[in-house]
Design a protein around this ligand. Sequence first.
Ligand SMILES: [Zn+2]
Length: 289
Amino acid sequence: MRDDDALDAAVPVVTSGAPTRHLCLGCRLIQAATGQCVQCGGTTIAPVELVRELLAYRDLSLAGERDLGMITALVAGSTFIFPILWPVAVASLGALVVRVPVRRWRDRDRLANPVAGIVVPPAHAPADAIIKRGTVRRFRGEVRASIWDGAPVLAEEIAIDAPEGGVLVRHALAAPFLFESDDRVPIVVRGPVRLAPVPAWTEGKRTIKPGDPLLAGLGLPADLRVRGIAHRTRLVEGMTVTIAVSRAGLGEEAIAEYASLRDGGVVRAYRGVRGEPVLLGAPSGAGSA
Ligand SMILES: [Zn+2]
């Protein structure tokens, strides 16, 4: 068998029209295809189908150098820009084929529930962050449909926790919205946001079993056996929150409808950037960011 044949056998063929979802192994966020996680900035990220075996690791740093080589090769091998790494991926996949059954034999729990929970890195505002308290409003009526219940939301995060602790997978979405603090003119907030999941505004507790429609909504493969408890945190019109944005995310934007309030309608903008999302915390929560 040629190397190419082995690789073709290892790379899943996408047959549906749905876009491939990527999963960050550092924070377990499911997101659109990317090379860098929108929330934690990690680069250990790849299509869900490619990394599913790796979800059994609680902590990648414990996985050993050989496995990290394999992970890197898998991630690189999934990118057509780096065909030179394909032979490395093939060799590493060979090692995986040998090692995975051994692991399963050693750890039958893993076989019963192949996705292990991890500790998600907490959200930290950068040292130079601007921190304000204010109220959120819709911007030009924009909302997103919650994948939890279809309700209109400005932003939403869902995490599925493992029964024995840790987070299995996460989901986040956000529409552009307005933030009103003491100033007369609202601030436009765009890009990735992260909701500090303090209990004060985390609602819902739903038992998830394989086949739950929420898993399909997250874009997970139907045969990936995820069991756990799902929680959701959501941002809706009129909520009062604390916002933290890095200096890199500060900007301005010309908004026609504010032309009467400020010259040219130029208003301030807070933009979440890849790896440095705008952080939102409930003001009543302890240590909100
Ligand atoms: Zn991440």
